[in-house]
Write a protein that binds this ligand. Structure first.
Ligand SMILES: [Zn+2]
Ligand SMILES: [Zn+2]
Length: 350
């Protein structure tokens, strides 16, 4: 298969810093869209993967799955994209398309395992897929998203992972007007959860371990902010929440949150703590509560989320950096020193 040489930014070993690399993209096939990448968000999973913290990283790795850019070429059979349009790519670039989940717009749970944007087997070129820290990407049009030109493009990039990861569970558990919804944690995911739950019409209660984040939570749209380390403040919300979106990736006390749910309430994890989280049976039994999880969202739902954000004027709060600042940004990410997402300006990759 014909290929095209492009520049990318990635690393060759778990301990190595990221640097400029040369990679190949496949030539545009009949159903493919080629996108010049303008911005790519930095997700925590980029860092975990680059450093092989979840194991199974194939090197060299080019992270990045919050991709927005402009269509530069389309294959002969492409129906829904034209050269010059804005386009986005999220966490997946393909899936089996045959299983029940794929047929029902749940490609994120594909039976065969979907093809992730980076670090998945590349069925076209062999080797593995390379993500958005690069000049361009070639993706089957069925896995490409339409992007509105009404929103700030750099701020749209994080919607492709952080946005859909929080939107999908809020929709699945039918968050809306008249409901009291908890958002735990105010990071890349949590800040999107607050904005989206608010736009869906819920009364939003934000839980944080830090008084210093109270103002920021309110600015993002929180109706109430609770210091989760203060048992008195927590007790005030006992048995009162319909749904809790838990966006924390560190160890934390799940029971203390389950006890804030009403009867039939659900707490859904979207953060990914490395260690198992203990749960006391009675926090679930008394109140018929559910403890659940959710991973990204399907392609159709990702488009629905992008359209919802365009309609409600929602983007991520970001700090734009150049590729040469990515290694420093990873260190700052570990310290939580970012409000709330780094986005790489890909024009800086030469
Ligand atoms: Zn991500
Ligand atoms: Zn499938």
């Amino acid at each position: 298969m014909e290929t095209k040489d492009i520049k990318a930014f990635g690393s060759e070993a778990a301990e190595a810093p990221l640097k400029t690399l040369d990679i190949k993209r496949r030539a545009v096939q009949a159903h493919d869209v080629e996108i010049e990448i303008l911005y790519c968000g930095i997700c925590h999973s980029d860092l975990h993967s680059a450093r092989n913290e979840w194991h199974g990283t194939m090197y060299p790795i080019v992270p990045g799955h919050e991709i927005v850019g402009r269509v530069t070429k389309v294959g002969d059979h492409v129906k829904n994209f034209k050269v010059g349009q804005l386009a986005g790519v999220g966490c997946m670039v393909d899936s089996c398309r045959e299983c029940d989940y794929c047929k029902n717009d749940l490609e994120q749970y594909c039976d065969e395992g979907n093809i992730l944007t980076f670090n998945s087997p590349d069925k076209h070129l062999g080797g593995h897929t390379f993500g958005g820290y690069s000049q361009s990407i070639v993706v089957d049009e069925n896995y490409v998203l339409h992007i509105s030109d009404k929103l700030d493009l750099a701020g749209v990039a994080p919607l492709l992972c952080a946005g859909i990861t929080t939107y999908s569970p809020l929709k699945h558990w039918k968050v809306g007007p008249g409901q009291k919804v908890g958002i735990v944690g105010i990071g890349g995911l949590g800040h999107m959860g607050i904005k989206l739950a608010k736009a869906m019409g819920a009364h939003v209660v934000v839980f944080t371990t830090s008084v210093s984040k109270f103002e920021a939570a309110k600015e993002l749209g929180a109706d109430e902010v609770v210091l989760s380390t203060d048992p008195e403040q927590m007790a005030k919300h006992a048995k009162s929440l319909n749904f809790i979106l838990d966006c924390v990736s560190a160890e934390h006390n799940i029971d203390s949150y389950l006890n804030l749910l009403k009867v039939d309430g659900t707490l859904t994890l979207v953060g990914a703590p490395m260690e198992p989280l203990p749960v006391t049976s009675f926090s679930l039994l008394l109140g018929r509560r559910s403890f659940a999880g959710s991973a990204i969202g399907g392609i159709a739902e990702t488009q629905e989320m992008l359209d919802f954000c365009a309609e409600h004027n929602i983007t991520a709060d970001i700090e734009i950096i150049g590729v040469n600042e990515v290694n420093d940004a990873y260190e700052r990410l570990l310290k939580g020193d970012i409000k709330y997402r780094f986005v790489i300006d890909m024009a800086s990759l030469k």
